[in-house]
Design a protein around this ligand. Structure first.
Ligand code: ARG
Length: 458
């Protein structure tokens, strides 16, 4: 007969359809190291509570080590294993016999799965943080090389003002820094112990939840057993953090895809993260970046499917919650692929300084021209109008603003002097922007230092 954790009150067996829809081991198998860990802690708690003798609890702990060895060795679930908790219970019986039947005293898969999922989530947050930091390190390394490279910054996708390429790259560093803070917050949300809550009303045996919390490394104990078995806030928090991070990665990916097109030609991709075409021999496609961009939609789907499942659930545990892990694992798995894929693409890409430089048309210095007049005593509004008329003249004549005669400048505003051409240089435009957070060379140097600090706090 298949190993089951329930069934006594049923005369007939379950329908194969029920078994198929109910079976979650294909998803939750990976929880096994955490389920083994919490089961060992539970055996000790049962001994402390006087439910198990010392020998029994030692026997169960030893059996769980055997189970872990078998699972590590590749033991696969059978068709009858409903979920990972059932499978571990079966393997424990195979290892130590009937004493295994005492382990489930006072606990339920409801507090068990909540505990294992929290442990898994905290571990996932550590892995995610490392992957985000890896990408941030690549951004910093590229930015260090790009401090003196100038390029257009865009608003509305129209050429706006010159910036250092390092400034552009670092604009993608800080969102990731905030993502790290959100991932850390999700880990703190997971860091509370449900075990000892039983199915819904608490454990009927005097287990010390403080000792359980200490031995499993949780920060606190969930104060309400009904909340403990139904709370999936920590998953929602992590899925939100990943969704927003996905949006950030997709924006970085989009910048790079666009800048890698022949029309821009600001960046050249390497071999490791691009693909060719089966038909067009000339192609080099930035697939890794496109997959990163696409994953943002997938993360959002995972978040929305979890929030949808939580909405309107009655209190306590409900089987709807079983689907939480599908969303959680899907998002974490994809994020742990996307982060290194973006990092790898960025690491092997080279900036095309000449193409960036060539895109700095003189109208992009129109703001600098207006600022020039302000420094000479004009109001900004008046300067804006005068420079606007010069932009129009250059556009009508089809020439750069640097090609307009000095007379045209003097006619547009009496405060224009012979030094006006300096104001039209991208280098001086950038040099004026030394206020904190600006693209001036000193400001960018300070920003880079702040980024290094954020990544490697002293
Ligand atoms: N596989 C279940 C889940 O992932 C474990 C909890 C099942 N509890 C229950 N009473 N059937 O949610």
């Amino acid at each position: 007969a298949p190993h089951k954790l329930w069934g006594g009150r049923f005369a007939g067996g379950p329908s194969p359809i029920l078994e198929a829809i109910n079976r979650s081991i294909g998803v939750d198998f990976r929880l096994w190291p955490f389920d083994v860990q919490l089961s060992k802690a539970w055996a000790v708690a049962l001994w402390n509570a006087g439910v198990l003798t010392l020998e029994e609890s030692r026997e169960i702990e030893r059996g769980l080590d055997v189970v872990a060895e078998r699972l590590k060795g590749g033991t696969q679930p059978t068709a009858a294993d409903e979920d990972i908790h059932t499978m571990i219970d079966r393997l424990l019986h195979e290892a130590v016999g009937t004493v295994a039947s005492k382990l489930h005293t006072g606990r339920s898969r409801n507090d068990q799965v909540a505990t294992a999922t929290r442990l898994w989530t905290m571990d996932a947050c550590v892995r995610l943080d490392a992957a985000v930091r890896e990408l941030q390190g690549v951004i910093i390394a590229q930015a260090e090389r790009a401090q003196d490279v100038l390029m257009p910054a865009y608003t509305h996708m129209q050429r706006a003002q010159p910036v250092s390429a390092a400034h552009w790259l670092l604009s993608h560093f800080w969102p990731l820094d905030r993502d790290r803070a959100r991932i850390a917050a999700a880990a703190r949300g997971a860091n509370e112990l449900p075990l000892g809550s039983g199915a819904v009303a608490g454990s009927a045996f005097p287990v010390s939840r403080v000792l359980l919390k200490e031995s499993l490394g949780f920060q606190g104990v969930i104060r309400n057993s009904m909340d403990a078995v139904g709370d999936r806030d920590f998953i929602a928090e992590l899925l939100f953090a990943i969704s927003l991070m996905g949006a950030h990665l997709s924006r970085l990916a989009e910048d790079l895809i666009l800048y890698g097109s022949s029309e821009f030609g600001f960046v050249k991709f390497g071999d490791g993260f691009t693909t060719g075409s089966s038909m067009m021999p000339q192609k080099r496609n930035p697939d890794a970046l496109e997959l990163a961009r696409g994953s943002a939609a997938r993360f959002l789907g995972d978040l929305v499917s979890l929030l949808g499942a939580l909405k309107g659930l009655p209190s306590g545990y409900n089987k709807d919650l079983q689907d939480d892990k599908r969303a959680l694992f899907d998002a974490v798995d994809a994020a742990l692929l996307v982060l290194p894929a973006v990092a790898g693409t960025l690491a092997e890409l080279t900036l095309q300084e000449k193409r960036m430089q060539a895109a700095l048309s003189s109208t992009m210095m129109a703001t600098d021209l207006a600022d020039y007049l302000v420094r000479k005593g004009a109001t900004f509004r008046e300067s804006h109008g005068a420079v606007g008329s010069l932009v129009r003249q250059a556009e009508e004549r089809g020439i750069e603003m640097t090609e307009l005669p000095l007379d045209a400048y003097k006619a547009a505003h009496p405060l224009f002097g012979d030094d006006v051409m300096d104001a039209l240089s991208p280098v001086s435009s950038v040099q004026h922007r030394e206020a904190v957070g600006g693209t001036g060379p000193e400001a960018v140097r300070a920003q880079l230092e702040a980024a290094r600090q954020a990544l490697h706090p002293a």
